[in-house]
Design a protein around this ligand. Structure first.
Ligand SMILES: [Zn+2]
Length: 104
């Protein structure tokens, strides 16, 4: 699941920086074979976001139970770090799919 996507046409691999660059586009052309690719960027996020929310809620509850009124700052940090983590994992959960083009 946590793998960088590859071109479905030629198998060209992409770096996480390139995948992030492509996140803005629903479709783009392969850097190697120039064939159109559909960017299914939310395929994996549908799983990733609930996991992040559950983790944040769970850890925050734990911190408040352990630290009581002193738990605010650590829980804000934990929330921030996890959201940041989710952001950086984005390239690893998107999927590239073939677009059937009619142009020959
Ligand atoms: Zn390609």
């Amino acid at each position: 699941m946590f793998k960088l996507p590859k071109c479905p046409h030629c198998g060209e691999s992409y770096t996480s920086a390139e995948v992030k660059e492509n996140l803005r586009n629903k479709t783009f052309k392969c850097k190697s074979c120039k064939k159109p690719i559909a960017n299914k960027r939310f395929a994996g996020r549908l799983i990733l976001i609930p996991i992040a929310i559950v983790l944040v809620a769970g850890i925050d509850c734990l911190l408040f139970a352990l630290l009581q009124e002193n738990g605010t700052v650590p829980s804000v940090i934990v929330t921030f770090v996890l959201l940041l983590g989710e952001f950086f994992l984005q390239p690893y959960v998107c999927k590239y799919e073939k677009i059937d083009d009619d142009e020959k």
